[in-house]
Write a new protein. Structure first.
Length: 124
């Protein structure tokens, strides 16, 4: 028997531009215990230099990294949530020094999975 009560998977989809920022509305109809970054796909035109990371107010920190060449990977990074997820969330490309990357020309897809686990001792 699974310890998972409910799951919702969403895609963050956007095109990077000079603002270095993608804003996405997210509405999860339950309070998730955990967020799992299932996959990250970033495709650019090879004009960018160096690796970036994506900061998000969803986790108030680094969510994942992207390289300066087309890449897809499945990090399975987990974040403890335990809060309402409803509203506009910022996904911002930053360089190694924490500065916004303004030379971006790529497409980004991040698959996020929100998980609520069954409470121990609860009868179903």
């Amino acid at each position: 028997m699974s310890d998972i009560e409910t799951v919702k998977t969403i895609a963050i989809i956007g095109t990077a531009d000079a603002s270095g920022t993608i804003i996405c509305y997210i509405n999860i109809d339950f309070i998730p215990d955990e967020l799992i970054v299932k996959s990250v796909c970033y495709y650019n035109d090879f004009t960018e230099a160096r690796t970036s990371y994506i900061w998000s107010d969803l986790v108030d920190g680094a969510l994942c990294s992207v390289a300066d060449y087309p890449v897809t990977y499945t990090p399975q990074t987990r974040f403890t949530m335990k809060k309402n997820i409803r509203g506009d969330y910022v996904f911002r490309f930053l360089d190694a020094n924490g500065q916004i990357k303004t030379t971006l020309q790529g497409d980004l897809v991040i698959m996020l999975e929100f998980v609520k686990y069954k409470q121990k001792g609860k009868v179903y």
